[in-house]
Design a protein around this ligand. Structure first.
Ligand code: FAD
Length: 563
């Protein structure tokens, strides 16, 4: 067996993993990054790249005042006793320090002033500012060769299948603000006129979201000369006298033992791509095909490796839930984060009944699907139903607004796979196997709610979070419009996820704990590999990447003894 020695071995190459390796190098250690697939970045690379950072350095510029106390109180309430106060405090205290460090290493972020926390009515919530979005990153800094190693973003995150779009632009376009057309024109001109770059690669030079984050981290990794092994999956951990001493990885078809002189940091994601583990732990029904994360990547390998050494597991029944849709020829389901919030649509079960606030946070959406399915047996799949006015104005899944791409120009194969269509609600109901009377009654009720601006059943549009993705031109409620103009359309929603959130139990410094609360020496764990600091909840956009990188930052501080 080939022998190798490093100070720190980092398993995985998502945001938490790379941050750990870069910070370790900056603290004088020699790190190794081992990644299972041929591409770097994991789900982090295809994500929105948002991070949830309470009391961050950019909030005062936006006139927002926050405090660690308020954030602690808020997360603690959200976590419902399923995460320790000690860890929550460690997170809210260190996150802003980590965000500053990101800027220092060339990955700057800015706060999104009007993106509210997901539960804006809870004590300690903010109406905006805690979610930070990465600044656009010029891929030329990374170089075309390495760009090809960065996992590309999903088609759903690209405009016209090519151009990256950042969170500010996405919101402008979706909410149909006045400047929306100019933003689109600027984006297209910038991409198509960039001949020198397009001669080298089709991939956009301007990286946004998760691509900007991972592109920036990858550049920082290369600048420090950190060793990266792709296609080198972790097989097991090695230990001596109760202390983790290294890993065995598969490399070029052989097992390679690697010594970690100081520590191993597990950052190999959750288990959402492991059907057997899903069936063992998650609510039923469950299907690995419903997740929006890269195929075959996160199969819980490092969760099992940590557990085999006595690491305790927590939150294994929880996911970062989100409704997802199937699109033929795409390698994974698409998450439906925002379109369902726009006015003129509703979500129904097989009885044609609404059962949730369509504009609410996506984890609650997925949980409501399971709860209603338990009750009625017909909410999985659920159906998002919209009328011709919605279809004309808003994109949904892979379907662009009809005013840009009419039905006649949609792919023929999508009819009956991506969307269903009926001239009347009754015709649509028959096609999708939903009770026609229930569907008609729900549409009628929604049309009445749209007139008064009050959703008497689920309070859609009643709070600042719901309204963030609404149409600013629609009054009195930007999330509510009549559903009355044919033809009518439907799309099938799965109770999917953007990753699992259960894993190895860790302490405030990301050390893996045994059931008796003792730390396993030399073993650290971050990201979805670990049980989330947020407990079962999702306090705001960026609640997965923020903690992944913050606990990576804390892990290295603990390993080196330098805060
Ligand atoms: P990953 O980023 O998935 O990295 C894990 C890596 O480990 C993978 O590369 C995998 O191949 C590798 N690996 C697995 N097994 C092994 C092994 N045996 N050996 C070596 N390597 C292994 N979250 C946010 O906070 N903000 C957002 O804006 C956001 N937007 C999202 C948008 C979308 C469309 C999706 C799908 C998710 C989004 N998320 C967002 C969720 C977020 O991306 C994930 O929760 C996060 O990336 C998980 O990070 P991770 O490091 O734990 O795992």
């Amino acid at each position: 067996m080939e022998q190798n020695e490093f100070d720190v071995v980092v398993v995985g190459s998502g945001a938490g993993a790379l941050l750990a390796a870069i910070r370790a190098a900056d603290q004088g250690l020699k790190p190794l990054v081992v990644e299972k697939t041929a591409l770097l970045g994991g789900t982090s690379a295809i994500s929105g790249g948002g991070i949830w950072i309470p009391d961050n350095h950019d909030m005062p510029k936006a006139g927002l005042r926050d405090s660690i106390e308020a954030a602690f109180h808020y997360v603690r309430t959200c976590a419902r006793g399923l995460s320790s106060d000690d860890r929550i405090l460690a997170y809210v205290e260190t996150a802003r320090q980590m965000a500053r460090y990101l800027a220092e290493i060339g990955v700057p972020y800015r706060c999104v002033p009007s993106y509210a926390d997901y539960y804006p009515t809870l004590d300690g919530a903010m109406p905006g500012g805690r979610t930070m979005d990465p600044m656009d990153f010029n891929a030329a800094k990374l170089g075309v060769q390495d760009l090809e190693l960065l996992r590309p973003t999903s088609p759903g995150q690209l405009v016209l299948g090519r151009m990256h779009i950042n969170a500010f632009e996405a919101r402008t376009m979706l909410a149909r603000e006045r400047k929306a057309k100019f933003v689109l024109l600027w984006m297209m001109a910038r991409y198509y006129l960039d001949y020198p770059w397009r001669n080298k690669t089709k991939r956009d030079r301007r990286l946004t979201g998760g691509q900007a984050l991972l592109g920036g981290l990858f550049t920082a990794l290369r600048k420090r000369g950190i060793t990266l092994w792709l296609e080198s999956p972790l097989q097991s951990l090695t230990e001596k006298d109760g202390r983790v001493t290294g890993v065995v990885v598969q490399r070029g078809g052989q097992d390679v033992a690697v010594t970690a002189r100081r520590a191993v940091v597990l950052a190999a994601g959750g288990f959402e791509r492991n059907q057997q583990m899903r069936e063992q732990y998650l609510p039923k029904p469950t299907d690995q095909g419903w997740t929006a994360t890269p195929p075959e990547a996160n199969t819980g390998d490092a969760i099992r490796a940590g557990a085999a050494l006595g690491g305790a597991l927590r939150l294994m029944e929880h996911t970062w839930g989100a409704p997802t849709i199937f699109v033929p020829k795409e390698e994974k389901n698409r998450a439906m984060f925002v379109e369902r919030s726009m006015p003129g649509c509703m979500v129904v079960n097989g009885r044609g009944e609404r059962f949730l606030n369509e504009s609410g946070p996506y984890p609650e959406f997925q949980q409501a699907m399971f709860a209603n399915n338990d009750k009625t047996g017909c909410a999985i799949p659920a159906w998002i139903v919209f009328d011709a006015t919605f279809r004309a104005n808003y994109p949904i899944g892979p379907i662009m607004p009809a005013m840009a791409v009419p039905d006649s120009r949609l792919r023929k194969s999508w009819l009956g796979t991506v969307y269903w269509k009926g001239e009347t609600l009754e015709e649509l109901a028959q096609q999708i196997g939903v009770d026609p009377q229930g569907l008609a009654a729900s549409a009628k009720r929604m049309t009445e709610f749209a007139k008064t601006g009050k959703d008497l059943d689920f309070g859609r549009g009643d709070n600042v979070f719901d309204r963030y993705y609404g149409d600013v031109n629609v009054k009195p409620n930007p999330n509510l419009a009549p559903i009355e103009k044919g033809p009518f359309y439907a799309m099938k929603l799965n109770p999917g996820d953007i990753g699992t959130k259960g894993g190895l139990l860790t302490d405030r410094d990301a050390r893996v704990l045994r059931e008796d609360g003792e730390a396993i020496e030399g073993l650290y764990c971050v990201g979805n590999n670990s049980a989330s600091v947020m407990g079962p909840s999702y306090p705001g956009a960026g609640s997965t990447l923020g903690p992944a990188m913050t606990f990576a930052f804390r892990a290295i501080a603990h390993i080196t003894g330098k805060p």
